[in-house]
Design a protein around this ligand. Structure first.
Ligand SMILES: *[C@@H]1O[C@H](CO)[C@@H](O)[C@H](O)[C@H]1NC(C)=O
Ligand SMILES: *[C@@H]1O[C@H](CO)[C@@H](O)[C@H](O)[C@H]1NC(C)=O
Length: 454
Protein backbone atom coordinates (compact mmCIF):
# COMPACT_ATOMS: atom_id res chain seq x y z
CA UNK A 1 0.00 0.00 0.00
CA UNK A 2 2.78 2.35 0.94
CA UNK A 3 4.38 1.65 -2.38
CA UNK A 4 1.20 2.42 -4.18
CA UNK A 5 0.92 5.75 -2.44
CA UNK A 6 4.48 6.56 -3.24
CA UNK A 7 3.79 5.63 -6.77
CA UNK A 8 0.76 7.90 -7.06
CA UNK A 9 2.82 10.62 -5.54
CA UNK A 10 5.36 10.21 -8.29
CA UNK A 11 2.64 10.32 -10.88
CA UNK A 12 1.40 13.56 -9.46
CA UNK A 13 4.86 14.99 -9.34
CA UNK A 14 5.66 14.33 -12.90
CA UNK A 15 2.35 15.37 -14.36
CA UNK A 16 1.45 14.88 -17.95
CA UNK A 17 4.87 14.76 -19.46
CA UNK A 18 5.49 11.95 -17.05
CA UNK A 19 8.66 10.27 -18.08
CA UNK A 20 8.86 6.63 -17.37
CA UNK A 21 12.47 6.76 -16.43
CA UNK A 22 11.48 6.48 -12.79
CA UNK A 23 14.40 4.33 -11.97
CA UNK A 24 18.10 4.92 -11.71
CA UNK A 25 18.64 6.84 -14.93
CA UNK A 26 16.84 10.15 -14.72
CA UNK A 27 17.50 10.90 -18.36
CA UNK A 28 13.97 12.13 -18.64
CA UNK A 29 14.55 15.05 -20.88
CA UNK A 30 14.23 15.75 -24.55
CA UNK A 31 16.09 12.75 -25.78
CA UNK A 32 14.36 10.84 -28.50
CA UNK A 33 13.61 7.99 -26.13
CA UNK A 34 11.11 10.08 -24.26
CA UNK A 35 7.75 8.55 -23.82
CA UNK A 36 4.60 10.22 -24.89
CA UNK A 37 2.03 11.00 -22.27
CA UNK A 38 -0.61 9.28 -24.34
CA UNK A 39 1.49 6.11 -24.37
CA UNK A 40 -0.10 2.85 -23.38
CA UNK A 41 2.54 2.57 -20.68
CA UNK A 42 1.53 5.80 -19.04
CA UNK A 43 -2.04 4.56 -19.29
CA UNK A 44 -1.09 1.29 -17.64
CA UNK A 45 0.42 3.11 -14.69
CA UNK A 46 -2.64 5.27 -14.43
CA UNK A 47 -5.18 2.54 -15.05
CA UNK A 48 -7.01 0.48 -12.50
CA UNK A 49 -4.53 -2.33 -13.16
CA UNK A 50 -2.50 -0.93 -10.32
CA UNK A 51 -1.20 -4.25 -9.06
CA UNK A 52 0.28 -5.10 -12.43
CA UNK A 53 1.69 -1.60 -12.78
CA UNK A 54 3.37 -1.94 -9.41
CA UNK A 55 4.93 -5.25 -10.35
CA UNK A 56 6.21 -3.83 -13.62
CA UNK A 57 7.89 -1.12 -11.68
CA UNK A 58 9.33 -3.48 -9.09
CA UNK A 59 10.68 -5.63 -11.87
CA UNK A 60 12.61 -2.63 -13.21
CA UNK A 61 11.01 -3.15 -16.57
CA UNK A 62 9.81 0.35 -17.29
CA UNK A 63 12.90 1.34 -19.17
CA UNK A 64 12.79 -1.79 -21.29
CA UNK A 65 9.14 -1.27 -22.09
CA UNK A 66 9.69 2.35 -22.83
CA UNK A 67 12.25 1.39 -25.44
CA UNK A 68 9.89 -1.22 -26.80
CA UNK A 69 6.99 1.13 -27.35
CA UNK A 70 9.41 3.48 -29.07
CA UNK A 71 9.64 0.92 -31.83
CA UNK A 72 6.52 -1.20 -31.75
CA UNK A 73 2.94 -1.23 -30.75
CA UNK A 74 2.44 -3.53 -27.81
CA UNK A 75 -0.43 -5.50 -26.38
CA UNK A 76 -0.60 -5.92 -22.63
CA UNK A 77 -2.73 -8.62 -21.10
CA UNK A 78 -3.41 -7.12 -17.73
CA UNK A 79 -4.71 -9.33 -14.93
CA UNK A 80 -7.30 -7.62 -12.82
CA UNK A 81 -6.13 -6.52 -9.41
CA UNK A 82 -7.90 -9.29 -7.54
CA UNK A 83 -5.99 -11.85 -9.59
CA UNK A 84 -2.79 -10.51 -8.11
CA UNK A 85 -4.08 -9.67 -4.65
CA UNK A 86 -6.58 -12.27 -3.52
CA UNK A 87 -6.35 -15.08 -6.01
CA UNK A 88 -2.63 -15.57 -6.10
CA UNK A 89 -0.95 -18.21 -3.96
CA UNK A 90 0.75 -16.08 -1.29
CA UNK A 91 3.78 -18.30 -1.41
CA UNK A 92 4.10 -17.79 -5.14
CA UNK A 93 3.77 -14.07 -4.69
CA UNK A 94 6.47 -14.07 -2.05
CA UNK A 95 8.67 -16.06 -4.42
CA UNK A 96 8.18 -13.49 -7.16
CA UNK A 97 9.04 -10.60 -4.93
CA UNK A 98 12.27 -12.03 -3.53
CA UNK A 99 15.14 -10.00 -4.94
CA UNK A 100 16.95 -13.14 -6.01
CA UNK A 101 14.02 -14.08 -8.23
CA UNK A 102 13.92 -10.87 -10.20
CA UNK A 103 14.46 -12.81 -13.38
CA UNK A 104 11.39 -14.95 -12.75
CA UNK A 105 9.33 -11.86 -12.06
CA UNK A 106 10.56 -10.23 -15.24
CA UNK A 107 9.84 -13.33 -17.30
CA UNK A 108 6.38 -13.55 -15.82
CA UNK A 109 5.57 -9.94 -16.63
CA UNK A 110 7.08 -9.96 -20.11
CA UNK A 111 4.93 -13.01 -20.77
CA UNK A 112 1.93 -10.68 -20.57
CA UNK A 113 3.18 -8.44 -23.34
CA UNK A 114 3.22 -9.06 -27.07
CA UNK A 115 5.26 -6.71 -29.28
CA UNK A 116 2.46 -6.02 -31.71
CA UNK A 117 -1.05 -4.69 -31.64
CA UNK A 118 -3.65 -7.39 -31.11
CA UNK A 119 -7.12 -6.03 -31.58
CA UNK A 120 -10.23 -7.90 -30.42
CA UNK A 121 -11.03 -8.79 -34.00
CA UNK A 122 -7.68 -10.60 -34.31
CA UNK A 123 -8.94 -13.41 -32.09
CA UNK A 124 -9.75 -16.60 -33.96
CA UNK A 125 -13.44 -17.04 -34.54
CA UNK A 126 -13.92 -20.65 -33.53
CA UNK A 127 -12.65 -23.13 -31.00
CA UNK A 128 -10.88 -25.13 -33.63
CA UNK A 129 -8.58 -22.27 -34.56
CA UNK A 130 -6.06 -20.68 -32.36
CA UNK A 131 -3.22 -18.35 -33.04
CA UNK A 132 0.02 -17.99 -31.18
CA UNK A 133 2.02 -14.92 -30.48
CA UNK A 134 5.52 -14.57 -29.22
CA UNK A 135 5.66 -12.51 -26.08
CA UNK A 136 8.48 -10.32 -24.84
CA UNK A 137 9.53 -13.19 -22.57
CA UNK A 138 10.13 -15.14 -25.77
CA UNK A 139 7.52 -17.72 -24.81
CA UNK A 140 4.38 -17.93 -26.84
CA UNK A 141 0.80 -17.35 -25.80
CA UNK A 142 -2.23 -18.74 -27.54
CA UNK A 143 -5.32 -16.78 -28.51
CA UNK A 144 -8.51 -18.78 -28.72
CA UNK A 145 -12.25 -18.34 -28.57
CA UNK A 146 -15.08 -20.40 -27.18
CA UNK A 147 -17.73 -21.28 -29.74
CA UNK A 148 -20.73 -21.26 -27.46
CA UNK A 149 -20.16 -18.00 -25.66
CA UNK A 150 -17.82 -16.25 -28.05
CA UNK A 151 -15.56 -15.60 -25.05
CA UNK A 152 -11.97 -14.76 -25.88
CA UNK A 153 -9.08 -16.45 -24.16
CA UNK A 154 -5.42 -15.84 -23.84
CA UNK A 155 -3.91 -19.14 -22.77
CA UNK A 156 -6.32 -20.29 -20.09
CA UNK A 157 -7.23 -16.80 -18.97
CA UNK A 158 -10.49 -15.28 -20.08
CA UNK A 159 -10.35 -11.82 -21.57
CA UNK A 160 -12.87 -9.90 -19.49
CA UNK A 161 -12.21 -6.40 -20.66
CA UNK A 162 -11.02 -6.21 -24.26
CA UNK A 163 -9.54 -2.87 -25.26
CA UNK A 164 -9.64 -1.67 -21.68
CA UNK A 165 -7.13 0.90 -22.82
CA UNK A 166 -6.47 1.82 -26.44
CA UNK A 167 -3.63 4.19 -27.22
CA UNK A 168 -1.69 5.01 -30.37
CA UNK A 169 1.16 2.75 -29.36
CA UNK A 170 -0.70 -0.17 -27.89
CA UNK A 171 -3.69 -1.73 -26.22
CA UNK A 172 -4.45 -3.26 -22.86
CA UNK A 173 -6.86 -6.15 -22.56
CA UNK A 174 -8.06 -6.94 -19.07
CA UNK A 175 -7.80 -10.64 -18.25
CA UNK A 176 -9.20 -12.68 -15.43
CA UNK A 177 -6.04 -14.40 -14.29
CA UNK A 178 -2.34 -14.06 -14.19
CA UNK A 179 -0.59 -15.92 -17.00
CA UNK A 180 2.22 -18.04 -15.66
CA UNK A 181 4.87 -19.24 -18.09
CA UNK A 182 5.97 -22.79 -17.47
CA UNK A 183 9.56 -21.83 -16.81
CA UNK A 184 8.51 -19.64 -13.91
CA UNK A 185 6.15 -22.27 -12.54
CA UNK A 186 9.01 -24.71 -12.72
CA UNK A 187 11.45 -22.40 -10.94
CA UNK A 188 8.88 -21.97 -8.23
CA UNK A 189 8.21 -25.68 -7.90
CA UNK A 190 11.90 -26.42 -7.72
CA UNK A 191 12.31 -23.79 -5.10
CA UNK A 192 9.49 -25.23 -3.07
CA UNK A 193 10.82 -28.74 -3.13
CA UNK A 194 14.23 -27.41 -2.27
CA UNK A 195 12.78 -25.76 0.80
CA UNK A 196 11.53 -29.09 2.08
CA UNK A 197 15.00 -30.50 1.57
CA UNK A 198 16.73 -27.61 3.23
CA UNK A 199 14.41 -27.90 6.22
CA UNK A 200 16.36 -30.96 7.29
CA UNK A 201 19.68 -29.91 5.86
CA UNK A 202 22.40 -29.97 8.49
CA UNK A 203 24.65 -26.98 8.81
CA UNK A 204 27.50 -26.99 6.38
CA UNK A 205 25.86 -29.48 4.09
CA UNK A 206 26.74 -29.13 0.44
CA UNK A 207 24.62 -26.68 -1.42
CA UNK A 208 21.93 -28.10 -3.63
CA UNK A 209 21.16 -26.47 -6.91
CA UNK A 210 17.46 -25.54 -6.84
CA UNK A 211 17.04 -26.15 -10.53
CA UNK A 212 18.45 -29.64 -10.65
CA UNK A 213 18.24 -30.85 -7.06
CA UNK A 214 21.82 -31.85 -7.50
CA UNK A 215 24.92 -30.79 -5.76
CA UNK A 216 26.20 -27.48 -6.84
CA UNK A 217 29.82 -27.34 -7.76
CA UNK A 218 30.94 -24.22 -9.54
CA UNK A 219 29.35 -20.82 -9.41
CA UNK A 220 25.70 -20.73 -10.43
CA UNK A 221 25.34 -20.06 -14.13
CA UNK A 222 22.86 -17.22 -13.81
CA UNK A 223 23.44 -14.28 -11.54
CA UNK A 224 20.50 -13.26 -9.41
CA UNK A 225 18.90 -10.19 -10.86
CA UNK A 226 20.43 -10.70 -14.26
CA UNK A 227 18.41 -9.19 -17.07
CA UNK A 228 16.34 -11.50 -19.25
CA UNK A 229 18.67 -13.84 -20.98
CA UNK A 230 17.74 -13.10 -24.54
CA UNK A 231 18.14 -9.60 -25.80
CA UNK A 232 14.70 -8.17 -26.03
CA UNK A 233 14.93 -7.48 -29.77
CA UNK A 234 15.04 -11.23 -30.27
CA UNK A 235 11.52 -11.37 -28.98
CA UNK A 236 10.46 -8.23 -30.76
CA UNK A 237 11.28 -7.21 -34.32
CA UNK A 238 9.83 -10.24 -36.04
CA UNK A 239 11.59 -9.24 -39.23
CA UNK A 240 12.45 -11.58 -42.05
CA UNK A 241 14.92 -13.48 -39.92
CA UNK A 242 12.15 -14.63 -37.58
CA UNK A 243 9.72 -15.79 -40.20
CA UNK A 244 9.36 -19.55 -40.44
CA UNK A 245 11.79 -21.06 -42.87
CA UNK A 246 10.14 -21.48 -46.23
CA UNK A 247 10.77 -24.88 -47.69
CA UNK A 248 13.30 -24.32 -50.43
CA UNK A 249 11.59 -24.98 -53.71
CA UNK A 250 13.29 -27.07 -56.37
CA UNK A 251 15.92 -25.04 -58.12
CA UNK A 252 15.03 -21.92 -56.20
CA UNK A 253 17.60 -19.64 -54.70
CA UNK A 254 18.86 -20.83 -51.37
CA UNK A 255 20.56 -17.80 -50.02
CA UNK A 256 17.80 -15.86 -48.34
CA UNK A 257 19.35 -16.30 -44.95
CA UNK A 258 22.72 -15.68 -43.62
CA UNK A 259 23.05 -18.97 -41.80
CA UNK A 260 26.61 -18.29 -40.76
CA UNK A 261 25.55 -15.15 -38.97
CA UNK A 262 22.81 -17.06 -37.21
CA UNK A 263 25.25 -19.71 -36.10
CA UNK A 264 27.59 -17.01 -34.80
CA UNK A 265 24.66 -15.40 -33.03
CA UNK A 266 23.74 -18.57 -31.26
CA UNK A 267 27.31 -19.34 -30.25
CA UNK A 268 27.56 -15.79 -28.94
CA UNK A 269 24.30 -16.29 -27.07
CA UNK A 270 25.61 -19.50 -25.55
CA UNK A 271 28.70 -17.68 -24.34
CA UNK A 272 26.74 -14.83 -22.87
CA UNK A 273 24.25 -17.18 -21.28
CA UNK A 274 26.96 -18.65 -19.11
CA UNK A 275 27.53 -22.27 -18.22
CA UNK A 276 27.89 -23.39 -21.83
CA UNK A 277 31.44 -22.36 -22.53
CA UNK A 278 32.67 -25.85 -23.39
CA UNK A 279 30.01 -26.35 -26.00
CA UNK A 280 30.60 -22.90 -27.44
CA UNK A 281 34.33 -23.61 -27.46
CA UNK A 282 33.91 -26.81 -29.40
CA UNK A 283 31.81 -25.03 -31.97
CA UNK A 284 34.34 -22.25 -32.26
CA UNK A 285 37.31 -24.60 -32.38
CA UNK A 286 35.77 -27.02 -34.83
CA UNK A 287 35.08 -24.33 -37.34
CA UNK A 288 34.08 -26.89 -39.93
CA UNK A 289 31.20 -27.93 -37.72
CA UNK A 290 29.98 -24.37 -37.29
CA UNK A 291 30.44 -23.69 -40.98
CA UNK A 292 28.36 -26.69 -41.88
CA UNK A 293 25.61 -25.66 -39.56
CA UNK A 294 25.68 -22.19 -41.05
CA UNK A 295 25.50 -23.57 -44.53
CA UNK A 296 22.60 -25.84 -43.65
CA UNK A 297 20.68 -22.95 -42.21
CA UNK A 298 21.46 -20.82 -45.25
CA UNK A 299 19.97 -23.58 -47.31
CA UNK A 300 16.75 -23.30 -45.41
CA UNK A 301 17.15 -26.23 -43.04
CA UNK A 302 16.29 -25.87 -39.41
CA UNK A 303 18.19 -27.25 -36.46
CA UNK A 304 17.69 -27.86 -32.80
CA UNK A 305 20.87 -28.12 -30.77
CA UNK A 306 20.76 -29.88 -27.43
CA UNK A 307 23.65 -28.17 -25.71
CA UNK A 308 25.17 -29.97 -22.73
CA UNK A 309 26.20 -27.55 -20.03
CA UNK A 310 29.73 -27.22 -18.71
CA UNK A 311 29.16 -29.52 -15.77
CA UNK A 312 28.03 -32.24 -18.12
CA UNK A 313 30.92 -31.69 -20.49
CA UNK A 314 33.38 -31.83 -17.61
CA UNK A 315 32.32 -35.42 -16.98
CA UNK A 316 33.43 -36.58 -20.42
CA UNK A 317 36.43 -38.83 -20.11
CA UNK A 318 39.53 -38.48 -22.25
CA UNK A 319 38.66 -41.89 -23.64
CA UNK A 320 35.38 -40.60 -24.92
CA UNK A 321 37.07 -37.63 -26.52
CA UNK A 322 40.31 -39.09 -27.80
CA UNK A 323 39.07 -41.05 -30.80
CA UNK A 324 39.51 -39.12 -33.98
CA UNK A 325 36.37 -37.22 -34.79
CA UNK A 326 34.86 -37.98 -31.42
CA UNK A 327 33.85 -34.40 -30.57
CA UNK A 328 32.11 -34.04 -33.93
CA UNK A 329 30.30 -37.33 -33.42
CA UNK A 330 29.20 -36.26 -29.99
CA UNK A 331 27.91 -32.94 -31.27
CA UNK A 332 26.15 -34.52 -34.24
CA UNK A 333 24.21 -36.68 -31.84
CA UNK A 334 23.02 -33.50 -30.16
CA UNK A 335 21.68 -31.87 -33.30
CA UNK A 336 18.11 -32.56 -34.35
CA UNK A 337 17.23 -31.62 -37.94
CA UNK A 338 13.95 -30.06 -36.84
CA UNK A 339 13.00 -26.81 -35.24
CA UNK A 340 11.81 -27.60 -31.75
CA UNK A 341 11.29 -25.39 -28.79
CA UNK A 342 10.97 -26.40 -25.21
CA UNK A 343 7.25 -25.91 -25.54
CA UNK A 344 6.87 -28.04 -28.63
CA UNK A 345 8.95 -30.85 -27.20
CA UNK A 346 7.22 -30.73 -23.87
CA UNK A 347 3.81 -30.80 -25.55
CA UNK A 348 4.91 -33.73 -27.69
CA UNK A 349 6.21 -35.86 -24.85
CA UNK A 350 3.20 -35.04 -22.77
CA UNK A 351 0.86 -36.07 -25.50
CA UNK A 352 2.73 -39.10 -26.76
CA UNK A 353 4.73 -40.29 -23.78
CA UNK A 354 7.90 -41.04 -25.67
CA UNK A 355 9.12 -39.32 -28.78
CA UNK A 356 12.25 -40.08 -30.71
CA UNK A 357 14.00 -37.41 -32.69
CA UNK A 358 16.34 -37.93 -35.58
CA UNK A 359 19.83 -36.64 -35.07
CA UNK A 360 22.53 -35.71 -37.52
CA UNK A 361 24.42 -38.75 -36.34
CA UNK A 362 22.77 -41.32 -38.50
CA UNK A 363 21.10 -43.62 -37.82
CA UNK A 364 20.86 -42.78 -34.19
CA UNK A 365 17.84 -41.17 -32.70
CA UNK A 366 17.50 -39.52 -29.38
CA UNK A 367 14.63 -40.50 -27.17
CA UNK A 368 12.64 -37.93 -25.24
CA UNK A 369 10.05 -38.43 -22.56
CA UNK A 370 8.32 -36.48 -19.89
CA UNK A 371 9.87 -36.61 -16.46
CA UNK A 372 9.35 -34.35 -13.47
CA UNK A 373 7.44 -31.80 -15.49
CA UNK A 374 10.29 -31.45 -17.91
CA UNK A 375 11.69 -33.21 -20.95
CA UNK A 376 14.20 -35.98 -20.35
CA UNK A 377 16.42 -37.12 -23.18
CA UNK A 378 18.30 -40.33 -23.63
CA UNK A 379 18.15 -43.65 -21.93
CA UNK A 380 18.17 -44.75 -18.36
CA UNK A 381 21.92 -44.78 -17.81
CA UNK A 382 22.77 -41.76 -19.90
CA UNK A 383 19.95 -39.31 -19.65
CA UNK A 384 19.81 -35.56 -19.50
CA UNK A 385 17.11 -33.11 -18.57
CA UNK A 386 16.12 -30.06 -20.51
CA UNK A 387 17.72 -27.67 -18.12
CA UNK A 388 17.84 -24.24 -19.73
CA UNK A 389 14.95 -23.99 -22.18
CA UNK A 390 15.06 -21.88 -25.31
CA UNK A 391 18.52 -20.40 -24.83
CA UNK A 392 18.37 -19.36 -28.45
CA UNK A 393 15.39 -19.55 -30.78
CA UNK A 394 15.30 -17.61 -33.98
CA UNK A 395 12.92 -19.66 -36.03
CA UNK A 396 15.64 -21.76 -37.65
CA UNK A 397 18.10 -22.61 -34.94
CA UNK A 398 16.91 -23.57 -31.52
CA UNK A 399 19.31 -24.19 -28.67
CA UNK A 400 18.15 -26.07 -25.60
CA UNK A 401 20.45 -26.47 -22.62
CA UNK A 402 20.65 -29.96 -21.17
CA UNK A 403 22.43 -31.25 -18.10
CA UNK A 404 24.11 -34.31 -19.53
CA UNK A 405 26.01 -35.52 -22.56
CA UNK A 406 24.00 -37.99 -24.61
CA UNK A 407 25.27 -41.13 -26.27
CA UNK A 408 23.40 -43.49 -28.52
CA UNK A 409 22.12 -46.50 -26.55
CA UNK A 410 24.55 -48.97 -28.09
CA UNK A 411 27.51 -47.87 -30.10
CA UNK A 412 27.63 -49.41 -33.55
CA UNK A 413 30.79 -51.11 -34.62
CA UNK A 414 33.48 -49.25 -36.49
CA UNK A 415 32.49 -50.98 -39.73
CA UNK A 416 28.98 -49.74 -39.59
CA UNK A 417 30.18 -46.25 -38.93
CA UNK A 418 32.30 -46.46 -42.03
CA UNK A 419 29.42 -47.50 -44.20
CA UNK A 420 27.61 -44.45 -43.05
CA UNK A 421 30.45 -42.19 -43.95
CA UNK A 422 30.91 -43.61 -47.42
CA UNK A 423 28.06 -41.63 -48.81
CA UNK A 424 27.37 -40.96 -52.44
CA UNK A 425 27.96 -37.32 -51.80
CA UNK A 426 30.04 -35.04 -53.95
CA UNK A 427 33.05 -33.61 -52.19
CA UNK A 428 31.74 -30.04 -52.15
CA UNK A 429 29.00 -31.05 -49.82
CA UNK A 430 29.72 -30.69 -46.14
CA UNK A 431 29.43 -33.58 -43.82
CA UNK A 432 26.42 -32.26 -42.05
CA UNK A 433 24.52 -31.52 -45.20
CA UNK A 434 25.48 -34.88 -46.50
CA UNK A 435 24.00 -36.55 -43.50
CA UNK A 436 20.91 -34.46 -43.76
CA UNK A 437 20.48 -35.37 -47.40
CA UNK A 438 20.95 -39.05 -46.67
CA UNK A 439 18.32 -38.77 -44.08
CA UNK A 440 15.98 -37.03 -46.45
CA UNK A 441 16.57 -39.77 -48.99
CA UNK A 442 15.64 -42.26 -46.32
CA UNK A 443 12.32 -40.59 -45.75
CA UNK A 444 11.73 -39.79 -49.40
CA UNK A 445 11.90 -36.06 -48.96
CA UNK A 446 15.15 -35.41 -50.75
CA UNK A 447 13.58 -34.25 -53.97
CA UNK A 448 12.26 -31.18 -52.18
CA UNK A 449 15.76 -30.06 -51.40
CA UNK A 450 17.70 -29.36 -54.51
CA UNK A 451 20.86 -28.98 -52.45
CA UNK A 452 20.81 -32.73 -52.13
CA UNK A 453 21.17 -33.16 -55.87
CA UNK A 454 24.23 -31.03 -56.44
C1 LIG B 1 0.92 1.54 -33.85
O1 LIG B 1 -0.37 1.24 -34.36
C2 LIG B 1 -1.01 2.38 -34.94
C3 LIG B 1 -2.43 1.99 -35.31
O2 LIG B 1 -2.46 0.74 -35.91
C4 LIG B 1 -0.19 2.90 -36.12
O3 LIG B 1 -0.79 4.03 -36.69
C5 LIG B 1 1.21 3.24 -35.63
O4 LIG B 1 2.02 3.63 -36.70
C6 LIG B 1 1.85 2.07 -34.91
N1 LIG B 1 3.09 2.49 -34.31
C7 LIG B 1 4.25 1.85 -34.48
C8 LIG B 1 5.42 2.41 -33.77
O5 LIG B 1 4.34 0.85 -35.16
C1 LIG C 1 39.53 -24.55 -28.07
O1 LIG C 1 40.75 -23.91 -28.41
C2 LIG C 1 41.37 -23.23 -27.35
C3 LIG C 1 42.58 -22.52 -27.91
O2 LIG C 1 43.27 -23.30 -28.83
C4 LIG C 1 41.75 -24.24 -26.26
O3 LIG C 1 42.36 -23.59 -25.17
C5 LIG C 1 40.49 -24.91 -25.78
O4 LIG C 1 40.80 -25.91 -24.84
C6 LIG C 1 39.75 -25.54 -26.95
N1 LIG C 1 38.48 -26.05 -26.44
C7 LIG C 1 38.01 -27.23 -26.76
C8 LIG C 1 36.73 -27.60 -26.11
O5 LIG C 1 38.56 -28.00 -27.51
Amino acid sequence: MALLLFFNFLLLLSGLRFSLALQETPSTTTRSGQINSNSVLVALLDSHYTELAELVEKALLLQTLEETVGKHNITIFAPKNEALERDLDPEFKRFLLEPGNLKSLQTLLLYHIVPSRIEPHSWPKSTSDSTRHRTLSNDRVELSSEDSSGAKFIGTAKVINPNAVDRPDGVIHGVEQLLIPRSVQQDFNNRRSLRSISAVKPEGAPEVDPRTHRLKKPAPPVLPGAPPVLPIYDAMAPGPSLAPAPAPGPGGPHHHFNGMRQVKDFIQTLLQYGGYNEMADILVNLTSLATEMGRLVSEGYVLTVLAPNDEAMAKLTTDQLSEPGAPEQIIYYHVIPEYQTEESMYNAVRRFGKVSYDTLRLPHKVLAQEADGSVKFGHADGSAYLFDPDIYTDGRISVQGIDGVLFPPEEKTKDEKKTIKVATAKPRRGKLLEVACRMLVAIGQDSRFSACHL
